[in-house]
Design a protein around this ligand. Structure first.
Ligand code: TUI
Length: 314
């Protein structure tokens, strides 16, 4: 049985966190992951505080176990969503796409664990000093908004730079990935793409289908010209976006083109003209199963992998 300090920090059974995904990880998925022994995360995205409050309350009806909320730093409602998390007694907040230093003191004072998702050693150091309870080191294999360093070099460098627990993310979808993350010095993993393809995930069926059919080369990154690269499955949307970037259209026009594209894919199921954000692990995701099955499989395979590796030492 694999148990790490992450399990004690969060009061969970298995060292597995579900990535918080805007428009994708609603209470149904978050509650299922937590109920199965991991840490489920409601993706707040750009949603207003009332929506987040309802989500938290629905999750709590479904599970008595701890769960979290992910707040992207570009949300127009960061402060109000923090208020909701504090008032509702959410166990943990993960953050992304920026530095959460401004909201950390309030969350910490209220006893909410703060786990920033980041993509660089420098930010990990800064946020450890600011009081982060742990960090997620997210490699550029991940889906959605990404940094520019791969998981394999990023994780051990963050592990060497900070004393707080480090969770690995990016390219991880099975037990071999968890075993590899532990080998790099991480205390657990965050998985997004793998959890999209679960029965409890509320995203449109077309979105899940696109991931199940995808291979290891199915994703591309766009948005480099804006300084905000995003990884998604290649389709007409990403082709058109890349063409507009090559043509050098204005930032405003690019932003306008991208706005609403994730919702189009995730909610409306338009996986041709919408943004199907997913990580390079999509080639490892070949079925749609309950979240509890994902967790059980990952834990069993990680144990088998670690046992196999131990036998190599003599
Ligand atoms: O946040 C993510 N992934 C996301 S957010 C998102 S929503 C979206 N919707 C439409 C277009 C674009 C995005 C989809 N995926 N991952 C965590 C993450 N954070 N990855 C990288 C970072 C990051 C980058 C820079 C964190 C901090 C940072 O700091 C810069 C600074 O302020 O020092």
């Amino acid at each position: 049985m694999i148990r790490t300090v992450l399990c004690d920090l969060l009061g969970i059974e298995y060292p597995i966190i579900q990535g918080g995904m805007a428009w994708v990880s609603t209470w149904e998925l978050a509650a299922a992951v937590s109920e199965a022994g991991g840490l489920g995360i409601i993706g707040a995205g750009n949603a207003p505080p009332d929506w987040v409050r309802t989500q938290v309350r629905e999750a709590r009806k479904r599970t008595a176990k701890p769960f979290g909320v992910n707040i992207p730093m570009f949300s127009p409602y960061v402060e109000e969503v923090v208020d909701v998390c504090i008032a509702e007694g959410v166990a943990a907040v993960t953050t992304g796409a920026g530095s959460p230093t401004a909201i950390m003191p309030r969350l910490k004072a209220a006893g909410v664990k703060v786990i920033p998702v980041l993509a660089s050693v420098a930010l990990a150091r800064r946020l450890e000093r600011a009081g982060a309870d742990a960090v997620v080191a997210e490699g550029m294999e991940s889906g959605g908004h990404i940094g520019d360093v791969g998981t394999l070099p990023l994780v051990p460098q963050v592990v060497d730079a900070v004393k707080i627990p480090v969770i690995a993310a990016g390219g991880i979808a099975d037990g071999r990935g968890l075993a590899a993350a532990l080998a790099l010095g991480a205390v657990g993993v965050q998985m997004g793409t793998r959890f999209i393809c679960t029965t409890e995930c509320y995203v449109h069926a077309n979105y899940k289908d696109k991931i199940v059919r995808a291979n290891e080369r199915a994703t591309v990154t766009t948005g480099h010209s804006l300084g905000h690269p995003v990884r998604a499955i290649r389709n007409e949307m990403t082709n058109e976006y890349a063409a507009l970037e090559r043509r050098g259209i204005s930032e405003e026009e690019l932003i306008q083109f991208g706005t609403g594209s994730l919702r189009r894919a995730a909610v409306e199921g338009d996986v041709v003209h919408g943004s199907v954000m997913a990580g390079q692990s999509c080639g490892l995701v070949n079925d749609i199963v309950p979240a509890a099955v994902v967790i059980q499989r990952v834990m069993q395979e990680a144990e088998q992998t670690l046992t196999r590796l131990a036998a190599l030492c003599r």
